[in-house]
Design a protein around this ligand. Structure first.
Ligand SMILES: Nc1ncnc2c1ncn2[C@@H]1O[C@H](COP(=O)(O)OP(=O)(O)O)[C@@H](O)[C@H]1O
Ligand SMILES: N[C@@H](CCOP(=O)(O)O)C(=O)O
Length: 326
């Protein structure tokens, strides 16, 4: 559940008076999500999402996240549009937390994405990358390769509690990735967490991308690698080549991967799996049971890491690209 901070209708009405979205009709907390507290608001002018940013989001990053959504929405990307206060500000304060209101997107996320959904998310990711190219702000990816070792150092002594041998296995992967991480690929704004729960569909039509709170400036192809991990594995941890093919076909139809980006996919996908394994492992070992933070299973990503170690060519993810050697 993700309502960490409680609000009441008196404080909320006072907060809404700063906006031009009409009076409050009703509000309720949204159970889904992990990082922040989200509320669905109904006002005289429509439906909105109110987010109270919790401790794990750095207040200084909010102008990047909200500015990015505004930029992308302005370029026709279906994503939430931040609502400005009457004084022009996008960030206010409610219940002692930084808070923002964004437009409500229709749709629902897919618990069991199909091949068609994977193709649609590939296309949408590429469109987002192109739309972000002239976004003027930068934000380093704190969870890219240089951020993994500090996370690992805080978890490694207890990693074998999750599975015997995990410490040595992860240490070897991390060393490999640190030595082989690409640095000369195209860079731009990436979503960095485009998991199924952050993509809405109305039927098979993709209706919106949400949750830009890990967005940053990094390798565009890394975002593709995140999506291969998040969308193309089945519950039994097998890689679904048909879904991989569809996702990559969708991406390439809008922004063709260069030969260098394609060639780097195996290492990028391995790194993306390690990144999500590490954050999950850290939470698994440090967040007390019964706490509000939703702990996700690191084993799901350990299994993906093992898969990626066996991959040597982007063709094994389903990429069909002239000029790239299998
Ligand atoms: N703009 C939006 N339109 C509709 N629903 C939204 C919107 N933003 C968030 N939500 C709802 O809130 C939930 C949690 O949002 P999310 O940004 O993923 O939270 P967190 O960053 O805490 O993980 C989503 O699964 C969705 O149900
Ligand atoms: N997608 C991450 C966790 C972040 O959750 P989100 O609700 O903010 O997308 C994972 O699966 O580990």
């Amino acid at each position: 559940m993700a309502v960490y901070t409680d609000i009441n209708e008196i404080d909320l009405a006072a907060f809404l008076a700063e906006y031009d979205i009409g009076g409050l009709l009703s509000y309720k907390g949204i159970a889904e999500g992990v990082e922040n507290s989200n509320y669905l608001l109904h006002t005289e002018k429509g439906s909105f999402i109110l987010t109270l940013y919790e401790k794990r989001v750095n207040r200084g990053d909010l102008p990047f996240f909200l500015g990015l959504m505004q930029h992308l929405a302005g370029k026709g990307i279906d994503c939430p549009l931040p609502v400005h206060q009457k004084n022009g500000a996008m960030i206010g304060e409610l219940a002692g937390r930084p808070a923002a209101i964004v437009t409500f997107l229709e749709g629902m996320w897919m618990r069991r994405p199909t091949v068609a959904h994977c193709q649609a998310v590939g296309e949408a990711l590429a469109r987002m990358h192109l739309a972000g190219l002239d976004f003027p702000m930068r934000r380093e990816n704190a969870l890219s390769v240089s951020g993994w070792r500090p996370l690992w150092d805080n978890a490694k002594d207890r990693a074998d509690e999750v599975e015997q041998g995990l410490a040595a296995e992860t240490e070897a992967d991390l060393a490999f990735l640190e030595a082989n991480w690409p640095s000369d690929l195209p860079v731009g704004v990436i979503h960095a967490d485009l998991f199924p729960d952050n993509v809405f569909f109305l039927g098979t039509r993709l209706s919106g991308l949400i949750d830009f709170y890990f967005a940053c400036t990094d390798l565009l192809a890394y975002d593709v690698a995140v999506c291969l991990n998040a969308w193309c594995f089945e519950k039994d941890f097998s890689f679904n080549l048909t879904k991989g093919t569809a996702l990559l076909r969708g991406y390439n139809s809008v922004r063709p991967l260069s030969a260098d980006e394609a060639g780097a996919l195996p290492v990028l996908a391995r790194g993306a799996a390690l990144r999500f394994m590490l954050t999950r492992l850290y939470d698994w070992l440090t967040v007390p049971d019964g706490s509000f933070v939703v702990k996700k299973d690191p084993m799901e990503y350990i299994r993906r890491m093992r898969f990626h170690r066996q991959i040597h060519s982007p063709v094994e993810y389903g990429l069909v690209l002239k000029g790239v050697d299998a």
